[in-house]
Design a protein around this ligand. Structure first.
Ligand SMILES: [Cu+2]
Length: 160
């Protein structure tokens, strides 16, 4: 009788640990999994693209995919001055330019500015900017809290 009671306690404790592991995995996945976005949506990187992604919360490490016909456009990572003026000469001399037609660019912290350097294209709206946010402190604290609960169950004799 008593051994049966202990057996069901072990099952319950095991189930609790499994549940917490699932929560923990979910939290970790949310914090570390970079998301991928196709710039411009279905039509890809093209004219009149300015404004795409407005109001979306992007995270550092998220990946922007620029899809376009190779040789017809490019993507330059620029600064605010070059972005605002559509003048590539205002960007730093070492600004990175991608031109494969399927470029994957990782967001960095702060503002990320992209323009097409082909003549007239930026002026025609081939420009986008977005803000790369870092994970908030509160979400990191929540993860830590879940780990603490899990460790308590494992080390305070909860499963014995
Ligand atoms: Cu272009």
């Amino acid at each position: 009788m008593s051994s049966q009671g202990r057996g069901s306690a072990v099952v319950a404790a095991t189930a609790a640990v499994v549940c917490l592991l699932l929560v923990l995995n979910f939290e970790m996945a949310q914090a570390t999994e970079a998301r991928t976005y196709k710039v411009g949506g279905a039509k890809g990187w093209t004219f009149h693209d300015v404004g795409w992604g407005k109001g979306v919360m992007f995270n550092v490490g998220d990946i922007f995919v620029f899809d376009y016909k190779h040789g017809y456009h490019d993507v330059a990572i620029v600064n605010e001055a070059a972005y605002d003026s559509c003048n590539i000469n205002k960007a730093p001399a070492n600004a990175t330019v991608y031109y494969s037609g399927h470029d994957r660019i990782k967001l960095v912290k702060g503002m990320n500015y992209f323009i097409c350097t082909f003549k007239g294209h930026c002026q025609a709206g081939m420009k986008d900017c977005c803000h790369g946010n870092v994970a908030t402190e509160s979400s990191l604290n929540e993860q830590y809290y879940v780990i603490m609960i899990w460790e308590n169950i494992l080390y305070t004799g909860g499963v014995n």
